[in-house]
Design a protein around this ligand. Structure first.
Ligand code: C2E
Ligand code: MG
Ligand code: MG
Length: 487
């Protein structure tokens, strides 16, 4: 699927996080390759830094230190081979364990502090402590926590004492005076990278959010379309509803993943794809004489709406796909109003000026003050299906549904009742004055092909019953003018 200008790079950004949370032994995608690349580079760096020192120590005849450096190089080489074979977890265990032991032994053997040159090798224990903690964040692990704890204890012990092995062979002070600065700078730089990695790890989406972050790129998202009909029963358009075709769990409804996506900050990514796909669909409908007059409503979550470039991205999608903006309807919920109302109004007005229509979804279920209704430049109110469901159950349910519809009518909005399942509910809400309807009674959400077929069938039936009938063309400004509304 064409993910367009918005989702692709955002998908990629999200996917940078992707590698670390999967079982590393099973890592396959590009980002996992990046992680493997980072570890391989680190191993090569150790070899590159250690080799000149080994040669130098051999040259000045300091064989024990030279051998210690060669052992470090060998460790880096073994880890690199393990990583190359895809066994990242095993490589980490080998690497961390041996590096902690190696650093402690090396410090006690060769890095004995003197008056002119303090110890520095033990600074790498802080880096190893961080590495252990990052590993634990990636995948909960007692081993990684133990690495962190042991490294910190060893660091404190080596910082607070001058202890060295009785048989220590300290590196000469003139060599160490160079090493102090080199190791000090290198270990501090590594700690900075460690802090960055921890921060990335903490903000990285996990579990279902992690899968969601790559779902768009993998083409697992799909739009289904539910018909919206007018008083005469004609299809005016559809609401686009997101579906996630999970490779293992099958089709997952939005109720099961929208909240996760919102919490993980993924709605701008998913919603951006929805807008692109909706515009692409409208463009396809535009080429079809039966479908060309239909509108398409998309749900936009509060955090997607608040993204700075929301307006420009919607307008760009419309432009790229050559769509009539009046065919696109944006459904917002009251959650967009919990923030400052002014910028929300400004955004809606800008997009309405371009021709896009706005509906307030799930009306009646929010908790904000009704006074916002006076100020929000909306076109349509969608009466939540909970009111429709209870409208015929009790006297109070009936009164409430009637009052909510009346409120919308009095304010001059086009009122749509959603969740209509029975002819009795339909008749009642029509009598209340609703203009449009949506619900299983008229069609469930369905894939694009089935929806197009549904509309064709409805058109055929209508033209057989009354040849003069045509698909309704939505002219909301006209409807509102006739009702004395604001548009
Ligand atoms: P919504 O926007 O209020 O959409 C209507 C929901 O009611 C849909 O559920 C639809 O399948 C369901 N529905 C329609 N008619 C009937 C009916 O007669 N009876 C019953 N029981 N249900 C009916 P769905 O598709 O599961 O979507 C649930 C919610 O997920 C949507 O509520 C919307 O808030 C959210 N959602 C769906 N797609 C998107 C999306 O692309 N972006 C965002 N931000 N939210 C979305
Ligand atoms: Mg909706
Ligand atoms: Mg709704």
């Amino acid at each position: 699927m064409d993910a367009g200008f918005w989702p692709v790079e955002k998908c990629e950004t999200q996917l940078v996080y992707n590698a670390a949370n999967k079982a590393p032994e099973a890592l396959t995608d590009t980002q996992s390759q990046r992680l493997i690349f980072a570890y391989k580079t680190a191993a090569l760096l150790i070899v590159a830094l250690t080799l000149p020192w080994s040669l130098y120590f051999i040259w000045i005849g300091q064989w024990p230190i030279a051998i210690a450096n060669l052992i470090l190089m060998a460790l880096a080489g073994v880890s690199s081979l393990l990583i190359r074979s895809g066994r990242l977890n095993t490589a980490l265990v080998v690497c961390e364990l041996t590096l902690v032991i190696f650093t402690v032994l090396y410090t006690l053997m060769f890095d004995e502090p003197s008056e002119g040159a303090p110890r520095v090798t033990h600074l790498y224990l802080l880096v190893l402590a961080m590495l252990g903690y990052i590993g634990h964040l990636r995948r909960k692990s007692a081993f990684q926590l133990a690495v962190t704890a042991v490294s910190l204890v060893a660091f404190v012990a080596l910082s607070c004492t001058t202890y060295a092995f009785p048989f220590a062979q300290p590196i000469p002070d003139d060599v160490r005076s160079i090493g102090i600065w080199a190791n000090g700078i290198l270990s501090t730089t590594m700690m900075c990278f460690g802090i960055y990695a921890i921060q990335r790890e903490i903000t990285r989406p996990k579990g279902m959010a992690l899968e969601l972050s790559s779902a768009v790129r993998k083409g697992e998202m799909e739009l289904h379309f539910q018909p919206q009909i007018d008083l005469a029963g004609k299809v005016l358009g559809a609401e686009a509803l997101l579906r996630w075709q999970h490779p293992k769990r099958g089709r997952i409804p939005p109720g099961d993943f929208i909240a996760v996506a919102e919490a993980a900050g993924l709605m701008p990514l998913l919603g951006g794809w929805v807008i692109q796909e909706a515009c692409r669909t409208l463009a396809l409908w535009g080429d079809d004489p039966v479908l060309r007059t239909l509108t398409l409503a998309v749900n936009v979550s509060a955090d997607q709406f608040q993204v700075e470039d929301f307006e420009s991205s919607v307008l760009e999608a419309i432009r790229v796909h050559g769509v009539d903006p009046a065919r696109l309807k944006i459904e917002l919920t009251e959650s967009v109003i919990v923030h400052d109302l002014e910028p929300v109004i400004a955004k809606i007005e800008n997009l309405r000026a371009a021709g896009i229509r706005f509906a307030l979804d799930d009306f009646g279920t929010g908790y904000s003050s009704l006074s916002y209704l006076r100020q929000l430049p909306l076109d349509q109110l969608k009466i939540d299906r909970s009111f429709v469901r209870e409208s015929l159950d009790t006297d109070r349910g009936t009164a409430l549904a009637r009052s909510i519809v009346q409120l919308g009518l009095d304010l001059g909005f086009v009122v749509l009742a959603e969740g209509i399942e029975t002819p009795a509910q339909h008749a009642f809400l029509r009598d209340c004055g609703c203009h449009e309807f949506q619900g299983y009674l008229f069609g469930r959400p369905m894939p694009a092909g089935a929806f197009a077929e549904h509309v064709r069938e409805a058109t055929r039936t209508a033209s057989q019953a009354a040849p003069a009938l045509r698909l309704a063309v939505v002219d909301w400004p006209k409807q509102l003018r006739e009702r004395g509304g604001t548009a």
